[in-house]
Design a binder for this molecule. Structure first.
Ligand code: PRX
Length: 712
């Protein structure tokens, strides 16, 4: 917001506000059309569906999704808006998510593969878990959680698990009991996990001794000790740590097991063999899980998702957009530690009774052909991944897909904007020109897809996430809340005018922040119970082409999207500030050909401290400890001063421009315009010396850099 008492800062602020609506010029891409073969088998190919989900049918249209589930009790109110914007879906309904994903498939598909687990070591056997086997494992683990850990309906359990089948088993076991799970991405540090344990106040941590990544068995249990220590610092005591073992009978960690606190699952599970646990019939609005995500402020937000609305939304979108059929072999190569994995590896596909593939390791291990060997071997029909993976595979193995005899009918891209050239490689080379592609835009907060097309009905357009999903009514608003018209070539903030069943219910323990972050900006009338008064502010910049298709430009808040991982500027900066020598820190994104963006840190040191490589390394290490390896900065620049407004705020936008070799814009209103030249010279000459050469940025990349830091 403008600082009224500071004319200089105000001028800079207003200049920035106008930049959020910059005109974007790019070539309109040509359409690609689905094949007759695809259309012939598609779940949705009749355009009458558009009428069924038209605005006049809202919210009842979502009954179509809810009817994909088995309800213990049918709901009486589809959408309750009485406490807006805390929406309640399918009120009065009762169901159990574990029953819907497991038990109800037994009658017809008991011995069909539910999960196919592919370990990273290529000589290890693939593990096939049938629906019957999943049923047995989920029941036994649920009994253990209930009777050994004392977990009850409504409690929270934190998981810090990698991509192994024990993770979905544990999730479904919680769901069976009505226990809320909170899975922390396995690649995150112990400290990051500890912060999330403390925020959710969970007493139980489920982890594993180790897992394979890039050919090595990682020591993972050590992170549990760090997590528990951090949670304790924040006043939360973890009672029990359940430790799976990656290789039964062996222990992959150097960290000692703490007596009375740490337990090997394989040692206690025999006591629960053959135990059955009745699925607890949960109200539709009961929370199913929490998933933490980064935003503008330092503390990650626990996004709370519901049981009925969420499950209905992921089942419906898996059926209509992923075009999942029960007989498909579906492989989403995301990590279950992210929302994509929750919705589109576990809950959506299993609710539909299909076969979902889980791969433990990195897509390029041991070489760039690995994914295509998995696809060939398992007969994968449907493939789902992120632009980062596509860029990597294109870079390191552009000719690999052609060597393998697999045939996808459908492919998804998610998590970041995809460049049209990369999209075309995905289409031509990975999809062999046979598969449709859906580019799906959505967020941790959303539960499921928001921007996408119906694959048999909407032609594809590279780089664009298509029109909105059914029953989703977006609008692009400028800073004053005026609608930016389609085809104007102007970007703005993408908002969704209406609630939908997959939308998160609140931020765990912080309802005020929920309203403030997502609804306050464009709320028409405080206290209103009419959903039309509460557009959802997604924090993404976007523009709409004349044909109604949306193109997402990236975050307008201070979030850096590295390989589809959302990293908060403030989290990075507070980690850097934990290094004793550091006086000030600023994190900015730098475009990266593979990861989309990488993090660069700018720091200044305290008086009397000599700038040195050692200090820079300490900053990198601290970020890794506090957040995880994904957040490791590409460069740490030590500068004597940072460009600042007259009110003393660091101008991240200017620093981001320096890191990306783009125009720094008007800096005359800064308190210290002279330092810009010094920092620019220091950083850019060093970059050139390291071979980090400037390149032309795409309109989306340019937009991200120009807007960076404008959300404060
Ligand atoms: O900026 C958008 C980008 O990823 C952000 C959401 O990140 P996260 O909550 O981690 O969820 C990722 C997976 C759903 C968004 O605010 N994003 C996501 N999908 C796309 C995208 N940007 C462009 N195109 C997409 N398809």
């Amino acid at each position: 917001m403008p600082k009224k008492n500071d004319a200089g800062a105000e001028a800079v602020e207003s200049e920035r506000a106008s930049e959020s609506q910059i005109a974007v010029h790019w070539r309109e891409e040509d359409y690609f059309f689905p094949s007759a073969k695809f259309i012939g088998q598609a779940n949705v190919s009749d355009p009458s569906i558009l009428e069924r989900f038209s605005e006049s049918k809202f919210p009842e249209c979502f009954k179509e999704y809810a009817d994909l589930l088995s309800w213990d009790e049918y709901w009486h109110t589809t959408l309750d808006t009485s406490n807006a914007p805390f929406w309640k879906w399918f009120v009065g309904g009762r169901l159990n998510a574990s029953y819907n994903c497991v038990d109800r498939h037994l009658a017809t598909d008991r011995n069909k593969a539910a999960i196919i687990f592919v370990p990273e070591p290529e000589d290890a056997d693939t593990e096939v878990i049938t629906y019957q086997e999943l049923y047995v494992r989920v029941n036994e683990f649920a009994a253990l959680l209930r009777d050994f850990c004392g977990l009850q309906t409504g409690d929270v359990a934190t998981f810090h698990m990698p991509m192994v089948p024990d993770l979905p088993v544990a999730m479904l076991a919680c769901a069976r009991l009505g226990v809320v799970h909170s899975q922390v991405f396995g690649g995150f540090s112990g400290a990051a996990c500890g912060g999330r344990i403390a925020d959710s106040k969970s007493k139980i941590l489920v982890t594993i001794d180790g897992y394979y990544r890039n050919g090595e068995l990682q020591d993972h249990k050590v992170k549990a000790d760090e997590a528990i220590a951090r949670a304790l610092e924040e006043g939360v005591v973890v009672d029990k740590v359940l430790v799976f073992r990656r290789n039964p009978g062996e222990y992959a960690s150097k960290s000692p097991m703490v007596p009375g606190r740490d337990f090997f699952v394989d040692e206690i599970l025999p006591d629960y063999k053959r135990k059955l646990v009745d699925p607890v019939s949960m109200p539709a609005e009961a929370p199913l899980f929490i998933m933490y995500s980064s935003g503008t402020t330092g503390k990650p937000k626990g996004c709370q998702h519901s049981t009925g609305g969420y499950l209905a939304y992921v089942a419906g979108t898996s059926k209509y957009y992923q075009d999942i059929h029960p007989e498909d072999t579906y492989w989403c190569a995301a990590d279950i530690g992210w929302i994509t994995g929750h919705s589109y590896i576990v809950y959506g596909p299993l609710a539909l009774g299909t076969t979902t593939v889980m791969y433990e390791g990195v897509p390029t291990y041991p070489d760039a052909g690995r994914c295509w060997r998995i696809a060939e071997r398992l007969g994968v029909t449907t493939f789902h991944t992120a632009p980062t993976t596509i860029r990597t595979l294109r870079k390191v193995g552009p000719d690999e897909p052609a060597k393998y005899n697999y045939h996808f009918k459908h492919m998804t891209t998610v998590g970041e904007p995809i460049e049209p050239e990369v999209w075309r490689w995905y289409y031509d080379v990975v999809g062999k020109g046979e598969a449709v592609i859906v580019d799906t835009w959505w967020q941790t907060e959303n539960g499921g897809f928001l921007g996408t097309g119906i694959p048999a009905l909407n032609p594809m357009k590279p780089g664009s996430c298509g029109p909105a999903a059914l029953g989703i009514f977006p609008e692009i608003l400028d800073e004053d809340g005026e609608v930016v018209t389609a085809g104007s070539g102007i970007a703005g903030n993408i908002c969704i005018r209406n609630p939908w069943p997959g939308i998160f219910q609140t931020i765990w323990g912080d309802p005020d922040r929920f309203v403030k972050t997502y609804y306050e900006k464009y709320n028409h009338k405080k206290g209103s119970t009419d959903w039309r008064d509460w557009p959802y502010f997604a924090n993404d910049g976007a523009m709409q082409a004349e044909d109604g298709y949306y193109r997402i430009l990236g975050r307008v808040d201070d979030v850096i999207n590295v390989s589809g991982h959302r990293l908060g500027t403030k989290e990075l900066e507070s980690a850097a500030l934990m290094v004793d020598e550091v006086a000030e820190a600023a994190a900015v994104p730098v475009v990266d050909d593979v990861r989309g963006h990488a993090v660069e840190m700018y720091i200044s040191v305290k008086p009397g401290v000599e700038p040195s490589q050692e200090v820079a390394d300490k900053v990198s290490r601290m970020i890794e400890t506090e957040i995880g390896k994904v957040a490791r900065p590409k460069n740490v620049w030590i500068v004597t001063d940072m460009p600042k407004t007259r009110s003393g705020k660091i101008m991240r936008r200017v620093i981001a421009s320096i890191s990306n070799f783009t125009d720094v814009g008007d800096i005359t209103t800064l308190a210290n315009p002279d330092v810009v030249e010094d920092v620019l010279h220091h950083v850019q000459s060093e970059k050139l010396a390291r071979g980090e050469l400037p390149r032309e940025l795409s309109p989306a990349e340019l937009q991200t850099i120009k807007n960076f830091g404008s959300s404060e």
